[in-house]
Design a protein around this ligand. Sequence first.
Ligand SMILES: [Zn+2]
Length: 484
Amino acid sequence: MTSTAPDGPVSDDDQRLLEAVAGGFPAAVDDLGRLVRIPGIAWPAFDQSALVRSAEEIAELARDTGLFDTVDIERAPVADGDGDELGQPAVLAVRRAKAGRPTIMLYAHHDVQPPGDDELWETPPFEPTVRDGRIYARGAADDKAGVMAHIASLRALAETIGPDAVDLGIVLFVEGEEEYGSRSFAPFLETHAETMRSDVIVVADSGNLDSETPAVTVSLRGNAKFHLTVRTLEHASHSGMFGGAVPDAMMAAVRLLSTLWDENGAVAVDGLVAREAETPPYDEEQLRDETGLLEGVRPVGSGSILGRIWNGPTVTVTGIDFTTVEAASNTLAPEVTLVLSCRVAPGQSSADAYAAIERHLRAHAPFGAQLAFSEVDLGDSVLVDTDGWAIGEARRALSDGYGRESVDYGVGGSIPFISDLAERYPDAQILVTGVEDPHSRAHSPNESLHIDTFRNAIRSEALLLARLNRREMTSAGPIDDNGR
Ligand SMILES: [Zn+2]
């Protein structure tokens, strides 16, 4: 972990900016509430017109900042499609850089995860509700607060120095299908490659060490998800007549799955690697608190806890097609299909990791059971270059905005499109930040946003924008007002 001490008191300019953030904060919370009430979900089973409405709302918010030369709602064809199928609407707003200033891309997404089981929500998922300093709703954190952090910090910038005095180039890019696999992301970048070209890219879709300690995300695990079908019989049979002489598919599947982990619950698949890197302290008590681990149930794996979460591989069974409890009969089942969701250590390619898991499963198939693999979905891990000038600015802005040292932080989750950005813009510095904290429960029932974290995230982003607006680019990077 590296950290940066706050840079002493902020300047008068910065102070005015922070006052503008404070003045605009109630409006930012109101606008967030309005966005949250639009249930924009990119899954085909949901009403897709909601995403059109939320894109329109966000385009309007972008126009109202008075900062952009153009604000458009665009769709691109999905990758690997027939060219006719379009992705969900994204908002693309652009202001050209002037006076040799850098261009910054501000990314967030306006689609959300499906709410899941409504019964598990304490208050309705699309009705923002404030309790104990948090706003509860699907998308309140992931990632409509990311959208509003961009909008609110742009408003503060425009209000403080006036839209005409902004020389910074700004590309606001709000995607509409991140939770559905960013299917048109790469084609979108290809179509708008020059318009979107930036020196610095802020991806506001991650989190912080805790609600008070800001973080720059410098590593994310990749993911590999697939369906595994295990077959042992041509048809079902009476479990009393033949049980004990032939294996049913579930028996084979259970024995096969058990080979994926060792007795400590650590992944035991040859060819899956873990990354060696130092991690901040984090004890078992905190893990128990944040995950709701039941009394008497032990954590799995070994080594530092954050090392396991940030830098190690995982294999998780997340779905199963089998007879339901209600319909169970005394039958030997011929076939079972499972969903396996794996996290891949930063640095290992997801294709490599998937190949290792498939190899392992084929080599361990018990009783000669037949295996079939399908629906393979891969996303690469991310390792951010931590030496760039922009990450230094980001750490400083976060430390000043939160009033607490920023930490470099790893994330166990995955944001696969970041590797698309890195590939398209190899010279750009990518800053992964966000509004979440460990209690946000993104993707789960009762998702929430810590209101103070949201305010501090906006303060930090406004400071970053204002400071980049004062920096002139040279071929070697930026120089500030004093030519440093
Ligand atoms: Zn997200």
